[in-house]
Design a protein around this ligand. Structure first.
Ligand SMILES: Nc1ncnc2c1ncn2[C@@H]1O[C@H](COP(=O)(O)OP(=O)(O)O)[C@@H](O)[C@H]1O
Ligand SMILES: [Mg+2]
Length: 251
């Protein structure tokens, strides 16, 4: 399973979902790879000290001589490995322009490590550019975090259009694994309205698990921990645990 976590909106919970889903899957004992495709490197920094990153996923994608296994590092979490990002990823778009295999770079580089990592999670940047398309081409599944906010569904048309394009050609077997509502505030009626609006658009694709607002989820990256070790008794931990269960059931 290769799950891309994508939504071109920033701040909707992609990284929080990517790091805790990857950590939750790793907890079950299978080697799990977290690929950070965002030049902002937030997923990377959630587990690693960025100063120690020598080679990044940028090098693996941009340089034919660099293998994915050359950039993957072990994280402090058992069974969790990271293909780190660095800001250079922002230059990838111009670097790959005009290359015939520009959309297939990540897929090709992942092929040799797929056996080693039965579970791969890709954290995408907040754009629908070449990096996100590389993720969608490489992925078997797509998970879309949608923030529980008044503007929740704005922009989803563009995302769905991109998914359709990817499905028509480079990756016909790409499946939408599901939509997860994030940063939900159960107490407000607006939040309940938003949830039913999201359900109207995505129907059964919406995960039963809803991720509520939680300070613990914001804090854990600062301590280089997932929510499962940072605050195992928190609602964030139990919600991301149930999301992992749903992901495994659906994949
Ligand atoms: N469930 C949540 N409760 C509280 N804060 C959250 C939650 N999910 C994410 N955040 C915070 O919101 C901000 C944006 O989330 P992030 O996962 O980085 O989104 P994205 O990767 O889509 O930009 C971060 O500061 C993050 O810590
Ligand atoms: Mg992010």
């Amino acid at each position: 399973m290769i799950v891309a976590i994508a939504n071109q909106k920033g701040g909707v919970g992609k990284t929080t979902t990517a790091i805790n889903l990857a950590a939750g899957l790793a907890l079950r004992g299978k080697p799990t790879l977290l690929i950070d495709l965002d030049p902002q490197a937030n997923s990377t920094m959630s587990f690693l000290d960025i100063a120690t990153v020598q080679r990044s996923v940028y090098d693996a994608i941009a340089d034919p001589a660099v293998k994915m296994s050359d950039v993957i590092v072990q994280s402090p979490v058992a069974n969790l490995f990271v293909a780190p990002s660095r800001i250079a990823l922002a230059k990838l778009e111009s670097k790959l322009m005009g290359e015939i295999d520009a959309h297939f770079r990540l897929k090709d580089k992942l092929e040799p490590v797929r056996k080693q990592f039965p579970q791969i999670v890709i954290d995408c940047p907040p754009t629908l550019g070449l990096l996100t398309v590389n993720a969608l081409v490489a992925a078997t599944h797509l998970l879309i975090p949608i923030q529980s906010s008044y503007f929740a569904l704005e922009g989803t048309d563009d995302l769905l259009e991109t998914i359709e394009k990817v499905r028509q050609r480079p990756n016909p077997s790409l499946q939408i694994l599901g939509v997860v509502i994030t940063m939900h505030d159960k107490r407000t009626s607006l939040a309940r309205d938003i949830r039913s609006q999201i359900k109207k658009v995505f129907g059964g694709k919406v995960f039963k698990t809803v991720i509520t607002k939680s300070v613990r989820l914001e804090e854990s990256p600062a301590y280089k921990e997932s929510i499962f070790t940072y605050a195992p008794e928190s609602t964030g931990a139990s919600e991301y645990y149930s999301l992992c269960e749903e992901v495994i059931d659906r994949a």
